[in-house]
Design a protein around this ligand. Structure first.
Ligand SMILES: *Cc1c(COP(=O)(O)O)cnc(C)c1O
Length: 380
């Protein structure tokens, strides 16, 4: 008998997705900003306290909107961790910015906030903290550096829906924040994202940029008599079909987060003994008062050990996956990087491995993952 394969991720399904999509289709209004989009906007603003929530076609697009809103230009510098997804950097590179990569902390993959200030120059415009695994960055430290030097803060909160820093929701700290609803995230629209606008000065222009540089949103609200081309922009708004899918998931947000917490905590308890061997488990700083259990990962002691662990689990029909390759060493950007060594970013690139974590992961399946890992380490 062959064991059922345990994937790394399985997108959550509430069961109402197709019903809401059908409702959207039957309503005859399936382009952007329909009934379901508005429902999602209201939910995000009420639930998390964003000044303005705008659904986008992806987190990548929300980050691109942020770069446009900040009027990032060639020669500007933007500070962000090297251990992140390409979209964090691309959004600003597209506007001609130079990326100044910061290292991760020794304790966790998030940016080492202590090191940020030394990277600020007269050309620095923004800091982009990335809340890896849905665990908060040290936002007070980030905001202090930003305030001292007059910099904007854009949170890459792609993985961080529902997580908090000292009790306050992530995505409310930056002037702007970007969330993802890609199928790998806690809640999904297939592809989708959200721009949270917290500084009211960006709210009106955010609507315009999202609607091809027109004031069409104001027109639909009856605030202007006709709509016009008033600024640069692109098409960043998703179809209401995607919003209908997302809404079916947002209705179940508490249940999703609770289930993930249960699975995450079960991993943490069962894999505790690995700490004594020097294998890393997620470190949750005290200021990350609540996190959304987006990922559970191990930090292996060597690259060879990680490869062997992945192979050991693959033989048991379990898929473990590593994560980012540091962007300062990427083929596209290595020549642009200023040459500073970023040893902790490289450390996580080479040693971190993610375990299966999804709503439908039953205790029986999870036990197979845990046993596979424990037997691997038994004789090492
Ligand atoms: C998933 C992710 C993104 C990109 O999100 P998309 O919605 O796929 O564009 C950006 N940054 C981080 C940190 C992510 O995890």
């Amino acid at each position: 008998m062959t064991l059922p394969f345990i994937p790394f991720n399985k997108p959550y399904l509430s069961g109402r997705e197709t019903r809401y999509i059908e409702e959207a289709v039957r309503s005859g209004k399936i382009s952007g900003d329909g009934v379901f989009t508005r429902r999602c906007h209201t939910f995000f603003e009420a639930q998390f306290g964003f000044h303005k929530a705008l659904l986008t076609t992806s987190c990548t697009d929300a980050l691109e909107m942020a770069a446009l809103l900040l009027r990032i230009q060639p020669g500007d510098e933007v500070i962000m961790p090297a251990y992140t997804f390409v979209s964090t950097a691309n959004a600003f590179v597209l506007r001609g910015a130079r990326i100044v990569f910061a290292d991760s902390s020794a304790e966790h993959p998030n940016v080492d906030a202590e090191a940020l200030e030394s990277l600020v120059t007269p050309r620095t415009r923004a800091i982009v903290p990335v809340h890896y695994a849905g665990v908060a960055c040290d936002m007070e430290a980030v905001q202090q550096v930003a305030a001292r030097h007059g910099l904007a803060v854009v949170e890459d909160a792609a993985q961080a829906i529902g997580s908090r820093y000292k009790g306050r929701f992530l995505g409310t700290f930056g002037e702007l924040a970007a969330f993802s609803f890609h199928e790998t995230k806690n809640v999904t629209a297939g592809e989708g994202g959200l721009l949270a606008v917290n500084d009211p000065q960006y709210a009106e222009r955010a609507e315009i940029i999202r609607e091809k540089g027109t004031n069409r949103s104001a027109f639909f609200r009856g605030e202007v008599a006709k709509y016009n081309w008033v600024d640069v922009g692109s098409s960043f708004l998703p179809s209401d079909i995607n919003a209908a899918y997302l809404w079916a998931q947002l209705e179940q947000l508490d249940d999703i987060q609770q289930r993930r917490r249960h699975i995450w905590q079960r991993y943490e308890a069962a894999l505790q003994p690995l700490r004594a061997l020097g294998v890393g488990l997620p470190h949750i700083p005290a200021y990350a008062t609540e996190h959304n259990h987006h990922l559970f990962y191990l930090v292996c002691r060597s690259l060879a050990e990680r490869e062997a662990l992945i192979k050991h689990l693959a033989e048991r029909q379990v898929l473990l996956v590593f994560h980012y390759l540091s962007l300062h060493r990427s083929p596209y950007y290595t020549a642009e990087h200023d040459g500073r060594a970023l040893p902790w970013a490289d450390h996580y690139a080479d040693h971190l491995v993610r375990l299966p974590l999804y709503y439908e992961l039953t205790p029986e399946l999870q036990d197979r993952v845990i046993e596979g890992i424990l037997t691997f380490y038994q004789y090492r």
